[in-house]
Design a binder for this molecule. Structure first.
Ligand code: C5P
Length: 235
C-alpha cells in the first residue's frame, strides 16, 4: 500500500467506533495523524483511543481542549498519558501555570495550545474581554503558550503568519478550516484557505475532516483515493 504520509491530520468525527476504525484503515499511510475529539473521547474513552491505536502506526491527536485549574489539568493529562498521544490540546487562555502543568504531566506529548476559536467573531472576542482583535490575541496567546512549554499551536489559516512571527520556527503550527482546491463544499467553515495555501503560509499540519470522510459513502477505496488526491496537493 502506498505510504504518502502527507502532513494531514484526519478529523475522525463520527459517533461510531467501528466507523472510526474503518476510516483509519482506509487512510492509513496517506495521512500522518488521526484526530480524536471530545465526542469520541466521551463516548469511547481510553479504550476507544487504544482501539484506534491498534489499527494504525500513525500518531494520535487527542483534541480535548483542556481548560481548568493547573492541578485539575495535571490530573487529566496524567489520566490520558497511558495512551501516549503525540498531541493533546489545551486552551492557551488557561495561562502559563495550566499549560506548564499539562507539559509536565505529558513529557512524551506535544502539548498543543488552541488560541482563539475560529468560531468566535470579532464581536465575540471583544465581548469575552480580549483587548485586541482576534489576530493579535491569537499571536499573543501563542507566544504565552510556547513560553509555558507548548510545542504546537492551533490557529486559523488566516493567523498562520502572525503566529509564526510570535513563536519562531521550532513550534508546530496546525490549522483547521482548510478546504481543498476545486472542492464543492466549505461545509460550515467560513474563512478558508486551501491546504496548499496553508502550508505555503507556514503551517506544519492541516486538519481535514469532511472533505475526506464524506467520500466514505462511496466506500473505503473512494475515501482513500480522496485522501490521496488532497495529499497530492501538498506534497
Ligand atoms: O470536517 P472539517 O474539515 O471541517 O473538520 C475540521 C476539524 O477541525 C473538526 O474536527 C473541527 O472540530 C476542528 N476544528 C475546526 N475549527 C477550529 C478548531 C477545530 O474546524 N477552530
Amino acid at each position: 500500500m502506498s505510504q504518502i504520509n502527507a502532513p494531514i491530520i484526519l478529523a475522525v468525527d463520527t459517533p461510531q467506533l467501528q466507523t472510526a476504525i474503518d476510516w483509519v484503515k482506509a487512510t492509513e499511510g496517506v495521512v500522518r495523524v488521526y484526530k480524536l475529539g471530545l465526542e469520541f473521547y466521551l463516548s469511547f474513552g481510553l479504550d476507544g483511543v487504544k482501539a484506534i491505536r491498534d489499527h494504525t502506526q500513525s500518531d494520535i491527536f487527542l483534541d480535548l481542549k483542556l481548560h481548568d485549574i493547573p492541578h485539575t489539568v495535571s490530573g487529566a493529562a496524567k489520566a490520558i498519558s497511558t495512551v501516549k498521544p503525540k498531541y493533546v490540546t489545551v486552551h492557551a487562555s488557561g495561562a502559563h501555570a495550566m499549560i506548564e502543568a499539562a507539559v509536565e504531566a505529558l513529557p512524551e506529548t506535544l502539548v498543543t495550545a488552541v488560541t482563539i476559536l475560529t468560531s468566535l467573531s470579532e464581536a465575540d472576542v471583544a465581548a469575552v474581554g480580549f483587548k485586541s482583535n482576534a489576530l493579535e490575541s491569537a499571536a499573543r496567546l501563542a507566544e504565552l503558550a510556547v513560553n509555558a512549554g507548548a510545542r504546537a499551536i492551533v490557529c486559523s489559516p488566516l493567523e498562520i503568519q502572525a503566529v509564526r512571527q510570535s513563536v519562531g520556527e521550532s513550534t508546530q503550527i496546525i490549522t483547521p478550516g482548510v478546504r481543498p482546491a476545486g472542492g464543492t463544499s466549505a461545509d460550515d467553515q467560513v474563512r478558508t484557505l486551501t491546504p496548499r495555501q496553508a502550508i505555503d503560509h507556514g503551517a506544519n499540519l492541516v486538519v481535514i475532516g469532511r472533505p475526506i470522510t464524506n467520500a466514505w459513502v462511496d466506500g473505503a477505496s473512494a475515501m482513500r483515493e480522496r485522501a490521496i488526491a488532497i495529499a497530492r496537493e501538498i506534497i
